[in-house]
Unconditional design. Sequence first.
Lengths: 488, 97
Amino acid sequence: MQLNELRVIEFIEMVHKKKISVEQVINDIYLRIDKIDQKLKAYLSTNKEVALHEARRIDQMIKKGEKLPPLAGVPVAVKDIICTKGIETTCSSRILQGFIPPYDATVIKKIKDAGAIIIGKTNMDEFGMGSSNENSAYQTTLNPWDINRVPGGSSGGSAVAVAADEALVALGTDTGGSVRLPASFCGVVGMKPTYGRVSRYGVIAYASSLDQVGILTKSVKDAALMMNIICGYDEKDSTSAKTSVPDFLTDCREDISDLKFGIPREFFKQGINTEVKENVLKAIEKIAELGGEVEEISLPNIEYALPAYYLIGMAEASSNLAKFDGIQYGLRIDENNDLEDMYKKTRTAGFGPEVIRRIMLGTYALSSGYYDAYYLKAQKVRTLIKKDFDEVFKKCDLILCPTSPVPAFKIGEKIDDPLTMYLTDAYTMPVNLAGLPGLSINCGFTKDDNLPIGLQIIGRAFEEEKILRTAYNFETHLNSSGYKKPKI
Amino acid sequence: MTEKMITEKDVEYVAKLAKIELNEEQKKMFLKQLNDILLYFDKLNELNTENVEPTSHVLHLNNSFHEDVPEPSLSPKTVMSLTRHNKSGYFRVPKIL
């Protein structure tokens, strides 16, 4: 076993027992990246020199017998939407090419303070807008299970870095499924915490009422440990929640006999791939065998969630992305010496087609005369979606359903038809509309193509503990084949 | 709703508001795509939302304040290092008037 294949918890144990040095592991990670990333294209940039320096510093601490922080030496991949001091942060957009943040996002400060080492920045759909990673201005990341297929998006680079052992864990962000969808397509664990759980200070905004930082890991325990580190109130983020953070790693090991699960019938109707349906239903059976009480439920307004989600997301995006004007940082095109012209030329050259599409639609939905018909209407429908979830959570603790109606699709299959691409998020984005936590865990593979299938577990706001507990029990007691790796 | 909801003129107007320049080919593409997507968004009108309050935010947060304690911020030197258009500590921009 190569050291880059370790899970976070295993790594920490071996480092503490002095069986391995941090430097060895970091070296193995970069060897792996050198070997396969030209093909998979998960990383936009790497941070080898600083990472090795950090590794040696931590190895010295170990040698001297000093007390180690909880993530000492853990190699982390970071989605390129999260600001990292001194490391270029582009959001996979031309408009931020060359932008080197002068500060760390709070979530980066937290993992660094805990001893983690940043391996590099991962590819994504530009500004988080996409479900396939094909909307990156720089490269398309490939799915390690089948390189003709997309890894899912928008945190596709982060999911691939973890699935292909190019990092032990990765940070992503999830606005409508951007952590859970690529986790499902790449066969890893993807956790999107409750809205407000993790600080977004220093995370470049796409849709501020929906965005949340998440994690991609090789095991549920790793996800629980990372949650312990990244969650918590931050006064620098005015939407940060003052809710206390439990010890997820300890709590996830309890059994699930006290939990009630709802299965939303709307998620198993038309449009769902047969093999996805079969595998998810099998996973639900297993969870019932473990003691969970299972009942069918309904989310009657769920078919209206997608248009509401896209309207809200696009409106907020058009507002958030208005700040990219070419003046203070990033790209600037000002050859014609006129301010208005500079704005237009910079933005037109700097944004890719999907970003322009969403800015245009968002601008239209917010413009005079259309605000009530589109934006306000979407916000009212959002209330109905949230009420649907509130009703279900009166009788159930958790919801079980597929993460995506289909497994990973082929590169190029949906890119020319934006509306078809949008439908990929059908099962994940209602969770963001309602601000709830959700997790995707592998629950099987398609027979012919051997593509991973994801089970989604959705919980009440701030009840990530129950989600992680269910996922942990599913992973340890039932999924006896364990974590499978792609052969790449 | 009519089949075609927005015209090329609307596309041009929205692009102007968003400060985006579109060439003729892009205008045609966006005209079709935006109409398709808006037509799909029309699905929302199937729902009666007359007595429903809008949700702008799920957390029901009130104003978020913290203690007014001065802290060091980024130095002008650091901020100006982000641009190639630094003129004596100011951002140089093209002519405005």
